[in-house]
Design a protein around this ligand. Structure first.
Ligand code: ADP
Ligand code: MG
Length: 143
């Protein structure tokens, strides 16, 4: 099976609540490996690179303000089927609909404060990772 990479973001709500270690620990315990990691406050350009496709949606202004409201932790995660594995560990977009034991069910509070982001496909992952990391910053096991 092919090893994939995916982008994970620990969003400002979860960073503010001191959940960085808890969230990374869940990924590591489920077999995802951190291949790159940094903390940043999203610039407008970085934000649009990840969420530009949501422009025009009713929640877009709130999402814009929220993602600029404090630091996020951004990570490249690596494993077999990393995209699907990360999405499974995250749970449903709406924490109230997320399965118990998922990050969003346990640590998120609402759809607009759902603790984490994860890429939705390998193609999206490549694009999102390139928005936030240079190739020198990424240390996958594959090299
Ligand atoms: P996911 O993060 O699960 O991939 P989407 O790509 O649909 O979900 O949405 C991206 C982000 O936009 C969500 O994680 C959430 O922060 C925000 N969002 C999406 N839909 C809503 C909504 N109906 N109300 C508030 N915020 C939303
Ligand atoms: Mg999405």
């Amino acid at each position: 099976m092919t090893v994939e990479v995916t982008l994970s973001i620990i969003k400002p709500d979860a960073v503010h609540k001191n959940y960085i270690g808890e969230i990374i620990s869940r990924f590591e315990k489920d077999g995802l490996r951190v291949a790159a990691l940094k903390m940043l406050v999203f610039s407008r350009q970085q934000f649009l690179g990840i969420y530009g496709g949501h422009e025009g949606r009713p929640y877009f202004e709130d999402l814009t303000a929220f993602m600029a409201s404090g630091p996020s932790v951004v990570m490249v995660l690596e494993s077999e089927q990393a995209v699907a594995r990360n999405r499974a560990i995250m749970g449903h977009t709406n924490p109230k609909l997320a399965a118990p034991g998922t990050i969003r069910a346990d640590l998120g509070t609402a759809t607009n404060r759902n603790a984490v982001h994860g890429s939705d496909s390998t193609e999206t992952a490549q694009r999102e990772i390139a928005c936030l990391f240079s190739s020198e910053e990424i240390r996958t096991l594959g090299g």
